[in-house]
Design a protein around this ligand. Structure first.
Ligand code: PMP
Length: 370
């Protein structure tokens, strides 16, 4: 039985043709030397144009091209954080935030949201967690692993609280902004309450454009902060490869053609996975508005014994069992700050998904209660 992995954080699609063609042309044109640290002007302009289409005005000095969104976050953490600062992260959240914060002098503070409330972070919860030491509030919208998209009204209500903390920067990780299923996505930058000097967007090409290996991300923010991040990037990395930047520019210009075929497959797969979950008893889940994951609660199936006599106490145990006995890989929720849950990607070929969901059902219903 072949291994099926639903544990990956990137989709199975090939990178778009427009990107590959532009990169090849750039290489043939000898775009193989250092470029500007802040990124090429045409790419920054293409990004500005994308945001302008949503009514957001940006200047080139407010855009820094980074080798991935991860590096964008690392730049920001290095530039903004010092000892005793706090970074508030609503959970469940992508494990990468926690990993990155290990290399910063600041302390990560988890702000748990729950499935029963649709993973909604409320203004009250936020006010109860922010302190004068909180330097960064790190939102992920659409959420990974939750798939939640915040409405404009919800964002405005959160911004009212944020604006009472003058020391605070709001970073919105919007890397899944173009992977949505009907619910409109609103960037934090288009909110009335967003203070230009304290609001930052991190985004990239890994998810929407299936380009995770190209290492292409960006920061949008106030010019003085972007300049400081650029200085750090100059000292540590220089600019992103010019041929990768040409690819990013090309794919952004061609997004109206490139995105819909991928989106159609993802929308179908999402429905498919939902149907697969519906036939497994006692598995609550949130139907994702964006990104490409379900994050169901499998705690009903914990503290049971597997066919091999193994006691399954955590979702890590459960995932190991599914891997060993069913060749099915899922990502345990513990690393996302949500024990009892698992993250399942539906950005895989549809026929594999069908098989995967059968294996999951089989694997769970055959567990016996202790
Ligand atoms: N932010 C989130 C929420 C992510 O899920 C990921 C990738 N899993 C990243 C950032 C990192 O993206 P990149 O490949 O651009 O570094």
């Amino acid at each position: 039985m072949e291994v099926i992995s639903l544990a990956e954080g990137s989709s199975y699609f090939r990178s778009p043709e427009s990107a590959t063609a532009a990169a090849i042309a750039a290489l043939q044109n000898d775009k193989t030397k250092y470029g500007p640290t802040e990124g090429t002007l045409p790419l920054r302009r293409a990004i500005i144009q994308k945001y302008r289409a949503d009514g957001i005005e940006l200047q080139p000095e407010q855009v820094l091209i980074t080798p991935g969104a991860k590096q964008a976050l690392y730049n920001l953490f290095t530039t903004l954080l010092k000892e005793d600062d706090e970074v508030v992260v609503p959970t469940p959240a992508w494990f990468g935030f926690h990993e990155l914060l290990k290399y910063s002098p600041a302390k990560g503070i988890a702000l748990p949201t729950s499935l029963s409330d649709g993973y909604k972070l409320t203004p009250e919860m936020l006010r109860g967690t922010l302190t004068s030491r909180t330097r960064i509030l790190l939102l992920t919208n659409p959420g990974n692993p939750t798939g939640r998209i915040y409405t404009e009204e919800e964002l405005e209500a959160l911004l009212e609280v944020v604006n009472d903390f003058p020391n605070l920067y709001l970073i919105s990780d919007e890397i899944y902004d173009l992977v949505t299923y009907g619910r409109p996505f609103t960037s934090i930058l288009s909110c009335q309450g967003a203070k230009a000097a304290r609001t930052i967007v991190v985004n990239g090409f890994s998810k929407s454009f299936a380009m995770s290996g190209w290492r292409l991300g960006f920061i949008l923010g106030p010019a003085d902060l972007v300049r400081r991040c650029t200085e750090f990037q100059r000292a540590t990395l220089s600019g992103v490869s010019l041929f990768a930047q040409d690819a990013a520019e090309a794919v952004l210009m061609a997004r109206e053609q490139e995105l819909p075929p991928m989106q159609q497959v993802l929308a179908k797969n999402r429905e498919f996975m939902q149907k697969g979950l519906e036939v497994i008893p006692h598995v609550p889940y949130y139907l994702p508005d964006g990104a490409y994951y379900f994050f169901p609660d499998l705690s009903h199936y914990l503290n049971r014994t597997s066919i091999t006599g193994e006691q399954l106490k955590t979702t890590a145990d459960l995932c190991r069992y599914l891997r060993n006995c069913y060749n099915l890989e899922l990502a345990p929720g513990d690393s996302f700050g949500a024990p009892g849950h698992v993250r399942m990607s539906f950005a895989v070929e549809t026929h594999r998904l069908q098989d995967a969901m059968q294996r999951l059902r089989q694997g769970l219903i055959l567990l016996t209660e202790d």
